[in-house]
Every structure is written in structure tokens, then in C-alpha cells.
Design a protein around this ligand. Structure first.
Ligand SMILES: [Zn+2]
Length: 263
């Protein structure tokens, strides 16, 4: 009995000494074990990446790397140019763009937003029917997706692919493109695990930034090289300047370089 009492006293002393030093590390802080669990190391709670709490604070965003991660596709894979169109499908612009591509007998890659896919599955069906390639562009164009927990990234990419497959069963989604090009290595890895390559670009005329069609054309013509991947948009805003620019760019790039699928 006596030795137990001494032990209890000693334990209490240890608790006092270790537990009070830093008020900021008190139980209300996220994740850590409660002070009671700190006494005898008998049954430590298994560390859980997502502790169950009634009001879960959002996990902090992972920092955005200062340089692009390795593993991004930035060229078409041969001498010809690849055209990629983001942020659709959009009923105002996508059909007009598809008409232009069909008239020129070329195909492009469409980077689709899951929510848009859910609203306009018939446009996805047409894109696939006319031989274009598909790219997952996240569910809701989340610019910070790559900075979120890996499980969240995976869920977003899967949800988007499920919407695409609801529109076109068995459609092949070979690429993923992070909105805004704000990539993280974790995201590239998740895309890889889900069977998608990470598609960046080499020519960005910034057609989302309200330039004239002439500016879009000039920017592409100045920057394009053999094997370029050109980024433009068929959704997310008024795309008339892009469509007007494409009326020149598509035949011109086809003549100078060829326009081909990504590979
Ligand atoms: Zn986008």
C-alpha cells in the first residue's frame, strides 16, 4: 500500500511538471491526447488523421510549392500541336467549338468540370462521340484542391470521373488538370493512382482574362512551338473571343504543325 501511495505521488508530480509548462498545449488544441491519457502509457489512442469531433476545424491547406512538381505532361508527344479546352462543358460555347473542330477534321482534349458534366451530360456524349479526349478538371474548379488532404483530392477526382461515366459509360479519362495549374506533388500522385496523367500546358493565351480575339490569336501564334499544348477555355465566362480566335487558329495551327491528340 505504502509503495503505491509513493508511486501515485510521484506520478502526480510528473504530471504537474510536464502538464503545466505550456498553456497553449492544453486539451482544447486539435488532435492531441487528453491529459488523462498522458499519465501511464497503457493504452494510447491510435493516432487518427481525421479525429471525430463535433465541430471539425478545416485542416490547414498544404503550402503551394514554388515550382511545378515533376510528372506533368507539357507537350503533345510529337511535333503536332495539341489543343486543350477547360472549364466546360458549356451549352453556349462547347457546341460551337465542336462544330469548328469537326469542320477542320481535328480533335482536342476537353478538361471537364464535374458539376458542368452533371448538368450537361449530352455535351459530354457529343465530345466523346466526335473523337475528342477527356480530362478531369475537378468537381467545382477548386483552385486549392491540390493543397487539401489526399483523401479529399481523391474523393473530388473520383466524383468527377463518376459524373463523366454517368454521362458516357466506359469513357476514358486519361488526364487530370488542376484548376489554375496550382499543382502539388500529392495531387499528381493521386491522379496517377487513379490512372490519370497530369496535364499541364506550354501555351497560355490567358483567354479567361478578357483579351480580344486578336490578342488571343497573337499570344498563341507567338508562343506556339512544335509539340505545344495550348490552353484555352470553352466555359467559365463569355468565350466569344476564344471562339473567334479559334476560327483562325485551328486551320492555321493545323497547316503549320498539325493538330493531334495527346499521346
Ligand atoms: Zn480551369
Amino acid at each position: 500500500m505504502r509503495s503505491r501511495a509513493v508511486l501515485a505521488y510521484a506520478l502526480g508530480l510528473v504530471l504537474l511538471l510536464t502538464g503545466c509548462g505550456d498553456p497553449a498545449r492544453n486539451p482544447s488544441q486539435a488532435g492531441g491526447p487528453s491529459p488523462a491519457a498522458a499519465a501511464p502509457p497503457v493504452s494510447k489512442p491510435t493516432p487518427s488523421p481525421r479525429p471525430t469531433r463535433t465541430s471539425t476545424p478545416k485542416p490547414p491547406l498544404r503550402p503551394l510549392p514554388s515550382t511545378l512538381p515533376v510528372g506533368l505532361d507539357r507537350s503533345s508527344g510529337d511535333r503536332s500541336v495539341a489543343l486543350t479546352f477547360d472549364d466546360g462543358p458549356d451549352p453556349r460555347w462547347t457546341p460551337q467549338l465542336l462544330d469548328q473542330l469537326r469542320a477542320a477534321h481535328v480533335t482536342a482534349t476537353f478538361c471537364l468540370i464535374g458539376r458542368q458534366v452533371q448538368r450537361h451530360p449530352e455535351l459530354v456524349a457529343r465530345i466523346v462521340r466526335e473523337g475528342h479526349q477527356l480530362c478531369n478538371h475537378s468537381w467545382r474548379h477548386d483552385l486549392n484542391l491540390g493543397r487539401r488532404p489526399v483523401a479529399d483530392i481523391r474523393a473530388d477526382l473520383l466524383r468527377t470521373n463518376r459524373a463523366i461515366h454517368a454521362a458516357v459509360p466506359n469513357a476514358k479519362v486519361s488526364w487530370f488538370r488542376q484548376p489554375g495549374g496550382r499543382w502539388t506533388p500529392e495531387e499528381v500522385e493521386v491522379a496517377r493512382q487513379l490512372g490519370m496523367r497530369s496535364l499541364h500546358w506550354s501555351v497560355d493565351p490567358r483567354d479567361w482574362d478578357k483579351p480580344t480575339s486578336q490578342t488571343i490569336t497573337t499570344r498563341v501564334e507567338h508562343a506556339v512551338k512544335p509539340g505545344a499544348v495550348v490552353l484555352m477555355h470553352d466555359g467559365g465566362g463569355d468565350r466569344r473571343p476564344t471562339l473567334t480566335a479559334c476560327r483562325h487558329l485551328i486551320p492555321d495551327l493545323k497547316r503549320r504543325y498539325g493538330i493531334s491528340r495527346l499521346h
